[in-house]
Write a protein that binds this ligand. Structure first.
Ligand SMILES: NC(=O)c1ccc[n+]([C@@H]2O[C@H](COP(=O)([O-])OP(=O)(O)OC[C@H]3O[C@@H](n4cnc5c(N)ncnc54)[C@H](O)[C@@H]3O)[C@@H](O)[C@H]2O)c1
Ligand SMILES: CC(C)[C@H](C(=O)O)[C@@H](O)C(=O)O
Ligand SMILES: [Mg+2]
Length: 360
């Protein structure tokens, strides 16, 4: 009997259900082509879970995720829930699920497809050879430190605390060094060590373990400089490791090197093979329900799942080749189209990718 892999599928809000539906079609096609067997279980999460269950992260959803081999997630959030209390914001559920599942490492690869250089705002010669991986620490820093509101001498004040301990920094740094060893052996550690104490500890810790990876060339880059260098010399970066909030911001910036945020996939990992896979983008309320969303980031996230959690690299390669072929043939969703009048819908793009999947 085939080895059945269990995938928790969480569509979420806005364009989440639209892009996840396309990734599920790809999943089924790989069963046909490669003989895999997947069991999917759908769960409520984010705004829709608030509406139906009164909480963004129901216990049942956590149970479904914990009993699965991997999670495929769309996106959560939207204006409908913007005025909710902190506990009842879809984004709180997102931070909660990452913490509960121990997903401290968020990999966000930015690969520039040759034929999409036209969709980028950068010159093709600057983009040439760009293939970088942001390794974002995901369960620490200012996202998870104490927060408070209080009355100060000048009225209401708000405090967000940024905390990192050595263990958290070491484990993400080690992962980044190991990822760099499997790539072009260059690591840029990004911090704000000229100002922040957490960044000083970050830099000291990275420097302390660096000698264990003598084959990896390490550079330290201040985050403001990194934001600029990503646009000036993107191809010089291989792996970028950074703390939670810097990684959030830099990865959206890196997305634009690829032409659109609709192209950037991600994997959130812990210690074992279990992972949560999601596009880097959000629920895009401005285009939700119109069939305009680019499903490629979610489909690429599925390919990452295949390669990283299941070791199905043949199928991961087949998905990525199918996407490259469809793009090479000139097919575009609106976000990456130069001529928007010829843009495909979300389902049209998904169908073309499904049709292009074959054994390579
Ligand atoms: N992981 C997540 O679930 C996640 C990530 C980011 C933002 N969010 C949430 O999503 C909501 C909207 O946030 P935002 O507008 O700042 O960011 P967003 O990523 O949703 O959208 C930013 C811009 O990119 C476009 N875009 C995003 N994905 C696209 C796709 N697949 N195809 C084509 N265009 C795409 C949108 O139309 C929008 O113009 C907020 O509630 C935010 O908190 C969720
Ligand atoms: C929605 C938000 C909490 C989330 C984050 O900041 O991690 C998002 O921007 C992301 O990149 O996944
Ligand atoms: Mg983000």
């Amino acid at each position: 009997m085939a080895d059945v892999k269990k995938i928790a599928v969480i569509a979420g809000d806005g364009i989440g259900p639209e892009v996840v539906a396309e990734a599920e079609k790809v999943l089924r096609k790989t069963e046909e082509v490669f003989g895999y067997s997947f069991e999917t279980e759908h769960a409520l999460f984010g705004g829709i879970a608030i509406d139906e269950k009164g909480t963004p992260l129901p216990e049942e959803t956590l149970r479904v995720c914990k009993s699965a081999d991997a999670v495929l997630l769309g996106a959560v959030g939207g204006p409908k829930w913007d005025n909710n209390s902190k506990e009842l914001r879809p984004e709180t559920g997102l931070l909660g699920i990452r913490k509960e599942l121990g997903l401290f490492s968020n990999l966000r690869p930015a690969v520039v497809f040759d034929c999409l250089k036209e969709a980028s705002t950068l010159k093709p010669e600057v983009l040439e050879g760009t293939d970088l991986m942001v390794v974002r620490e995901l369960t620490g820093g200012i996202y998870f430190g104490d927060k408070l509101r209080r009355q100060g001498a000048h009225g209401e004040e708000a405090v967000d605390t940024c905390v990192y301990n050595v263990t958290e920094i070491e484990r993400i740094a080690r992962q980044a060094f190991e990822i760099a060893q499997g790539r072009r052996k260059k690591l840029a550690s990004v911090d704000k060590a000229n100002v922040l104490e957490t960044s000083r500890l970050w830099r000291e810790t990275v420097n302390r373990i660096a000698p264990e990876y003598p084959d990896v060339e390490l550079e330290h880059v201040l985050v403001d400089n990194c934001a600029m260098q990503l646009l000036r010399r993107p191809s010089s970066f291989d792996v970028i490791v950074t703390e939670n909030m810097f990684g959030d911001i830099l990865s959206d910036e890196a997305a634009m090197l690829t032409g659109s945020i609709g192209m950037l996939a991600s994997a959130s990992l812990g210690e074992g093979s279990f992972g949560l896979y999601e596009p880097v983008h959000g629920s895009a309320p401005d285009i939700a329900g119109q069939g305009l969303a680019n499903p490629i980031a979610t489909i690429l996230s599925l390919a990452l799942m295949f390669r990283t959690t299941f070791g199905y690299s043949e199928a991961a390669d087949a998905i990525e080749s199918a996407i490259a072929r469809v793009l090479d043939e000139g097919h575009r969703t609106a976000d990456i189209a130069v001529d928007k009048s010829k843009a495909l819908s979300t389902t049209q793009m998904g169908d073309l990718i499904v049709a292009a999947i074959q054994k390579v």
